[in-house]
Design a protein around this ligand. Sequence first.
Ligand code: AMP
Ligand code: ZN
Length: 113
Amino acid sequence: MTCTFCQIIERKIPADIIYEDEYVVAFRDKNPMAPVHVLIIPREHIAGPLAFDGENSELAGRLIAAAAAVARQEGLADDGYRLVMNQGRHGGQSVFHVHLHVLGGRYMKWPPG
Ligand code: AMP
Ligand code: ZN
């Protein structure tokens, strides 16, 4: 088992888990880019957004729904937040277990870097 995020799900390495349900786990990013920076991951190991298909795409919706629950829990509902899912080198992906970034607590610039 070499996937860091699978190890977080299995409680083999520590993380600040703030939400979980049958399908997803959410924890604080160890290198936060905003006052609130949470990662939401499916319990199933999926390499990245490119690996979503007709069989597993329901989990993409589960990630977004969990992000809404986390946003409410973290007080982001009124001012808003940004969701980011990186794929591959140009996307800036560094962990190859798909994850949805929830960023909030400050104004987000557009376009992103
Ligand atoms: P990405 O660059 O989209 O693949 O995002 C990976 C994110 O995972 C980065 O923001 C890292 O700071 C974060 N990260 C990596 N390892 C851990 C960990 N063990 N606990 C919490 N966040 C992590
Ligand atoms: Zn994994």
